[in-house]
Design a protein around this ligand. Structure first.
Ligand code: F3S
Length: 387
């Protein structure tokens, strides 16, 4: 990969150890993926925040970088392992909380915005069409590529952090025009679409091809759900929806294989995901709830009575929570409003054995990352369990 003189100097350690480490990582990535050069990024979004996922090794890595490095572009953080204020109510141990606070402090020293959310595009890190990014968090980066038309690869946490520190990323994959075109057409032939199930069915069928959807008109929140489910069920980092997403071009699908997706495929996805009964935890907000979703839930729950004894979580970001305090007051009569974290990256396995969710992404991760039996329900189905 070609490096400018400035980049060579960073790689040689002339601008500090943290910068050298970050450059080494970017050069290694660039060489693996045969990038020709580094290109400037407008923002970064980092995964690898929860103490549950990065542990002591992650803390040491961050501490060493934070000695002399700072991010050069606006950079945001994925959910952490607990609500930073209500961690005791979540049953988090003081030791876990201490280590989690330390991780967030390290990111703060690096100059990162420490509002922890997987929906930065709804608040504190909003990309524009055509901008080059280095984002980790599979649902967020797919939303940025697909719904917004910004450009990012499916970064890992360290790669996104290195790009944030250098302000550049290797130019390969989805940064290049030719890699953003569809590879398969998905004809959706169901009337009422459940976007979690659709995403799961498509994500597990298309491999690494970019799907081009026809027959659906998703809202922004439904695009978020679809992006998350496909990224978790497969490795989809970008998709197009005809007439909806900015780079969907009907002329680009000539001659492509067609996947017909009807009721049978959606039901097969439901049967695959819905494996448990009697949830101990009912969790909404994967990805984090938007203002519209919170308003919709509050409108449905207002005036109803709480039923059942399962614990209920509504997961969202602080930037979203600040915009709808009245509606969150309604939700808090039915469960905990949990910020900064989610049902996957917090250690729920220490308290619960089975979790109900309406998220195709959470269904994929709950069994392996959280040792949970999974109950899949639509949003309506979850609300019926609690009211
Ligand atoms: Fe976000 Fe956690 Fe789901 S990070 S996309 S709520 S698994």
């Amino acid at each position: 990969m070609f490096l400018t003189r400035d980049e060579e100097a960073m790689l040689a350690g002339e601008k500090g150890e943290g910068i050298r480490t970050a450059m080494e990582l970017l050069v290694a990535l660039g060489d693996i993926y045969e990038a020709k050069r580094l290109v400037p990024i407008v923002s970064a979004h980092l995964s690898g925040v929860s103490y549950k996922t990065i542990g002591e090794g992650g803390i040491s890595f961050l501490q060493s970088l934070a000695k002399d490095a700072k991010v050069r572009v606006p950079t945001t953080l994925n959910p952490a392992g607990m609500d930073r204020e209500k961690w005791k109510e979540m049953g988090i141990s003081p030791r876990f909380a201490d280590r989690q606070h330390l991780i967030i402090e390290c990111y703060g020293k690096l100059g990162v915005d420490t509002d922890c959310s997987c929906t930065p595009y709804l608040g504190n890190n909003v990309p524009k069409k055509g901008q080059t990014l280095a984002w980790a968090e599979s649902s967020a980066l797919s939303f940025a590529n697909s719904a917004i038309g910004a450009r990012t690869n499916r970064e890992g946490g360290p790669g996104a952090l290195a790009a944030a520190i250098i302000g550049r990323t290797p130019e390969y994959g989805l940064h290049l025009d030719g890699n953003r075109t569809p590879g398969i057409v998905v004809e959706v032939e169901v009337e009422e679409v459940d976007y979690s199930l659709l995403g799961h069915a498509v994500g597990s069928s298309v491999g690494n091809r970019i799907p081009y959807f026809r027959g659906i008109r998703p809202t922004a929140d439904q695009l978020k759900t679809l992006a998350a489910a496909m990224a978790a069920a497969g490795s989809v980092a970008m998709f197009h929806v005809e007439g909806v997403t900015p780079e969907a071009d009907p002329l680009s699908i000539e001659g492509l294989e067609r996947l017909h997706l009807g009721r049978a495929e959606v039901e097969a996805a439901r049967n695959k995901l819905d494996r448990g009964r009697d949830p101990e935890l009912i969790a909404l907000g994967c990805p984090h709830l938007s203002v519209d979703e919170i308003r919709g839930l509050a409108a449905k729950l207002e005036g109803r009575k709480r039923k059942g004894d399962a614990e209920v979580w509504f997961c969202t970001s602080r930037h979203t929570a600040a915009k709808c305090p009245r509606e969150l007051g309604v939700l808090s009569k039915f469960g905990k409003v949990v910020c900064d974290t989610c049902m996957i990256v917090t250690p729920i396995e220490e308290r619960f054995r089975s979790t109900a969710t309406n998220s195709g992404k959470a269904c994929c991760y709950l069994p392996n990352l959280c040792s949970q039996k999974v109950v899949y329900r639509s949003t309506e189905g979850l609300l019926e369990m609690i009211s």
